[in-house]
Ligand binder design. Structure first.
Ligand code: F6P
Length: 320
């Protein structure tokens, strides 16, 4: 059984990361294990920016978006020298295991660190993109999807008032999950995702036909991995002759107070991560499958690409 562990957040922040860190910390303290918080992602590990946490250090954070520990994308950690320095800094403090909350790239760094040094590492999927293989859920994806549909509700009002087409670009990196679930729940007529080819000419023809039949407005959601609203919007305007506007939500969709789902799921994942790392387990990621917490091999999680549920893509077409 380990006596001292560390926890950190890395990569793009996501709502619910605080709940995960809180759960890791309080579970470990409950087991009589020391917990260190690493600030600023892998930067903090390299720059020795870490502190031993008490229960009160994770108070008043569960309702906050972002991550109170701070986060970063760290280039230095992608080198073997950087990782060895990070490892040494942990060992110097008696830290015997690490919990990393982050997306694809952060978990990949964690996997390499564990392979090179033997340091026990447990990962938690923290990203709004919901693109970590082996888990149907990543911390923050629910809040981000809710933020997007809130924006869509507002865009619908103005699109309808002006009889316009509005093209909304959302995040997701190479994944269309956010666009797909927000598009379905926000009632978008068109959803463009990187996982599925689309024919813009054909879409424009359909849009024109729909307007001729009396349609008042159209909402299109574009995943950033499928294209830019600033490229697609003008093409639609030109080909349809319909007044078209674009909107890019950007980092607004990364922030905000986490939803109930993100708070509860992150808390459940955090508890599992703490108990696992304390008991000496390593190289696993905890995620969800059919609503249950499952452990996924860390190597598999970072070396496989998650696909978009074909049932969602089918449903989007039926409901549009
Ligand atoms: O991975 C999360 C994410 O928000 C992606 O959806 C987006 O492509 C990227 O991070 C943006 O990164 P940054 O905040 O570094 O601009």
């Amino acid at each position: 059984m380990l006596k001292s562990i560390a926890v950190m957040t890395s990569g793009g922040d996501s709502p619910g990361m605080n709940a995960a860190v809180r759960a890791v910390t309080r579970t470990a303290l409950h087991q009589g294990v020391k917990v260190w918080g690493i600030r600023g992602g892998y930067h903090g590990m390299l720059d020795e920016d870490m502190f031993e946490m008490q229960s009160k250090d994770v108070g008043d954070i569960i309702q906050r978006g972002g991550t109170f520990l701070g986060t970063a994308r760290c280039r230095r950690f992608t080198t073997p020298e950087g990782r060895m320095l990070g490892y040494k800094n942990l060992v110097d403090r008696g830290i015997q295991g690490l919990v990393v909350v982050g997306g694809d790239g952060s978990l990949r760094g964690a996997s390499t660190l564990s392979q090179e040094t033997g340091l026990p590492i447990v990962g938690l999927p923290g990203t709004i993109d919901n693109d970590v293989w082996g888990s149907e859920y990543t911390i923050g994806c629910d809040t981000a999807a809710n933020t997007i549909i809130d924006a869509m509700n507002k865009l619908r009002d103005t699109a309808s008032a002006h009889r316009r087409i509005i093209v909304l670009e959302v995040m997701g990196r190479n994944s269309g999950w956010l666009a797909m679930v927000a598009g379905i729940s926000g009632g978008a007529e068109y959803i463009l995702v990187p996982e599925e080819p689309f024919d813009l000419e054909e879409i424009c023809e359909n849009m024109k036909a729909e307007y001729e039949k009396g349609k008042r407005y159209i909402l299109m959601v574009v995943a950033e991995g499928a294209g830019k609203a600033s490229d697609i919007g003008p093409i639609i305007a030109e080909k349809t002759g319909i007044d078209t506007r674009i909107s890019k939500l950007g980092h607004i969709q990364r922030g905000g107070s986490p939803s109930v789902i993100d708070r509860v799921n992150a808390s459940r994942l955090g508890e599992h991560a703490a108990l696992a790392i304390i008991s000496g387990l390593s190289d696993i990621v905890f995620g969800f499958n059919r609503g249950h917490v499952v452990s996924i091999n860390l190597h598999d999680a970072v070396n496989n690409k998650k696909t978009l549920d074909p049932q969602l893509m089918r449903l989007a077409k039926v409901l549009a």
